[in-house]
Write a protein that binds this ligand. Structure first.
Ligand SMILES: Nc1nc2c(ncn2[C@@H]2O[C@H](COP(=O)(O)OP(=O)(O)OP(=O)(O)O)[C@@H](O)[C@H]2O)c(=O)[nH]1
Ligand SMILES: [Mg+2]
Length: 360
């Protein structure tokens, strides 16, 4: 495909073609060199969508929630794009097949666009591809972009950082109450959901989450203190700086529709809207966006620099350096300095900012 074709494709995306959108997403996913041109072209048209990340342990009901949320947004006439990121299974994987079936009742609605991304062996890195896919969807004009990832490792945390609002989903009956929640995942939550509230144990999960939040969050209203040798809970006074913090609300939901119908989806939508309002209020927004872009920039710089180095160093050079470290002639940091100073690399530092960021 020529640069002109990519341009046409990107323009078709802007004018609302779903076919062009699907084709461009494939190019982005495969890290095709010309995809970068399209991304650059589309970038000025991004920044309008509200990107909502939904993460949590496997089977907590993320896809079911995405489905319910998408329907609720459609009822408000908002257009919705969905990205289900599966870091492990191949494209035909069971999880994604399951998602397709769960989200079937959304198909046929042109205001909804669903994309699964199975990214094992992905060329450009999982979080970068996800970010790029989100940007394409954003440029395509969707109001809401829902990104589902399994909250299991660092890469998922990275993906979630792409979102403006992050929802961490917990459910009862996944082992020892809150054990299923990794501390790192909890920290990134803007909203906590206890899904499967119809199941026994939901109250325990809710209570455990509340305790964890109250102990761990900077805006926590209650603090424990020792008083005459007894542990007591005390209320902290509200200060101005604290008012600028966001205390993650906990929302109970039932996401399945088969028997009793869904529950709490409206509350979840309200929590999302409140978070969006909080974000669009002055300093919080600027800070949030700055952080997200900073993370992305470092990630791209890192990938590009490493790629550039790999291209310029021969495997022999690398092997020699490793041998010298093994022989204790060089320490690893001195080796890094040496490699960066190598004459063949002189161009690297000055050229890096002009490099295309596709990394391919
Ligand atoms: N009882 C009950 N079951 C639910 C609820 N939400 C989802 N489920 C069921 O839980 C199972 C897992 O739901 P999914 O939506 O696929 O969960 P997930 O978190 O997307 O799963 P993975 O993507 O595989 O990690 C399915 O059988 C759902 O029908 C709920 O609110 N109550
Ligand atoms: Mg799922």
């Amino acid at each position: 495909m020529s640069a002109g074709d990519t341009h046409t494709l990107a323009e078709a995306v802007l004018s609302g073609s779903r076919r062009a959108l699907a084709r461009l997403l494939t190019r982005v996913e495969q890290a095709q060199p010309d995809a970068q041109d399209a991304l650059s072209f589309l970038f000025p048209h991004t920044g309008h969508a509200h990107v909502i990340g939904i993460t949590g342990a496997p089977g907590t009901g993320k896809s079911s929630l995405v489905n319910a949320l998408a329907k609720a947004y459609r009822q408000q006439d908002k257009t919705v794009a969905i990205i289900a990121v599966d870091p492990t299974s191949p494209f035909t994987g069971g999880a994604i097949l399951g998602d397709r079936i769960r989200m079937q009742d959304l198909s046929g609605d042109s205001g909804v666009f669903i994309r699964s991304m199975a990214t094992r062996g992905n060329l450009g890195g999982l979080s970068r591809t996800t970010r790029d896919a989100i940007r394409v969807m954003d440029a395509a004009g969707f109001d809401i972009i829902l990104v589902e990832t399994v909250g299991a490792g660092q890469s998922e945390v990275d993906i979630v950082r792409t979102a403006q609002t992050t929802i961490v989903v917990e459910a009862p009956g996944l082992g020892d109450d809150v054990q299923a929640i990794k501390a790192g995942i909890l920290e990134i939550a803007d909203i906590l959901v206890v899904n499967k509230a119809d199941r026994p144990g939901a109250t325990n999960t809710l209570r455990a989450l509340k305790t964890m939040l109250e102990l761990g969050h900077p805006t926590s209203r209650t603090q424990t203190t020792h008083h005459h040798g007894q542990l007591m809970a005390v209320e902290k006074p509200v200060t101005d700086t604290e008012a600028a913090f966001w205390l993650p609300p906990i929302v109970e939901t039932v996401a399945v529709t088969d028997t009793s119908g869904t529950r709490g989806i409206d509350n979840l939508q309200q929590a999302i809207a409140s978070h969006q309002a909080y974000l669009s209020d002055g300093p919080a927004r600027a800070q949030h966006e700055y952080q997200r872009i900073e993370i992305e920039l470092y990630e791209r710089l890192q990938q590009t620099l490493i790629h550039r180095l790999r291209q310029q160093l021969s495997p022999d050079q690398l092997r020699q350096v490793i041998d010298r470290i093994t022989a204790r002639e060089l320490d690893p940091q001195a080796a890094v300095d040496l490699l960066l100073e190598s004459p063949s690399l002189e161009k690297t530092s000055s050229d890096v900012l002009q490099l295309p960021l596709s990394g391919s």
